[in-house]
Design a protein around this ligand. Structure first.
Ligand code: ZN
Length: 253
């Protein structure tokens, strides 16, 4: 079975469309989304519609949750963007009332985590599936790493930091470029960050997603070019979406 894992789309329709085209060329059986469909980006409704249509399973992200409830720990830029996103989700110009209700219902029913045999799927971390960050430098916090791995039966897939790579129980973080964009699934427990479709932050501006191949027992990290300037122009055109949300797409930070 070949499963595509996408995460942190953040309303970036050009990036999501480019990733879906790449997925279509990769003999994928099913797509799983690890959350943050909305927030920051200019096309929350369109991205929700595509995720609802294409993904077999979707996990709740902290921005999806913030669209529904009061945001917790958001900086002013993220806060302004999520209030704008709420207004978009209620905007009658985005579709019939039925379509608007369907998006809200979908968001409000998303699970925070899901396990299927040896695989655990979360947005943040195995300890706090929605909000906790596992950054590359978290490997220096042995107690935190051990406590997270204690909650993983074998492999955990996650997003949230927008920094793809593999965390090992040896307390290493392996970036995709350092493992030729593929990593074998052995006996060791692993936490695998699948990267971000719509707002990469590892200084590679290309969209990122991951393929889990259970026949080859490997994960593959994919990078996909998309029309960044179109997304940036849409962000610049919305007063409530800070220009830096566009600028950062160019540098992948
Ligand atoms: Zn995110």
């Amino acid at each position: 079975m070949r499963q595509a894992l996408i995460s942190d789309i953040h309303g970036n329709l050009e990036a999501l469309n480019a990733v879906l085209v790449d997925i279509a060329s990769q003999k994928i059986d099913q797509i799983i989304c690890l959350g943050d469909i909305v927030g920051y980006g200019p096309n929350p409704c369109e991205c929700l519609d595509l995720v609802m249509k294409k993904c077999k399973l979707t996990i709740l992200g902290n921005h999806d949750q913030a669209a529904l409830f009061d945001p917790d720990g958001f900086n002013p830029v993220a806060l302004k963007a999520i209030y704008w996103t709420r207004d978009r989700l209620d905007d009658p110009s985005t579709g019939r009332q039925q379509a608007i209700n369907k998006r809200w219902d979908f968001l409000s029913e998303l699970p925070k985590h899901h396990s299927e045999d040896k695989f655990l799927y979360v947005h943040g971390s195995p300890r706090d599936p929605t909000n906790e960050y596992v950054f590359p430098e978290t490997v220096y916090d042995r107690a935190k790493m051990n406590s997270m791995f204690d909650r993983v039966s074998q492999y955990c897939f996650q997003g949230h930091t927008h920094m793809p790579g593999v965390f090992t129980t040896e307390l290493e973080f392996i970036e995709p470029a350092d493992c030729n964009y593929q990593y074998p699934l052995g006996r060791e427990k692993l936490m695998i960050n699948v990267g971000s479709v719509g707002q990469p932050r590892d200084e590679d501006s290309r969209s990122c997603y991951t393929i889990l191949d259970t026949d080859e027992n490997k994960v593959f990290f994919r990078r996909v070019e998309y029309d960044i300037e179109t997304t940036i122009a849409k962000i610049y055109a919305e007063a409530d979406l800070d220009n830096m949300l566009g600028d950062r797409l160019r540098t992948g930070r």
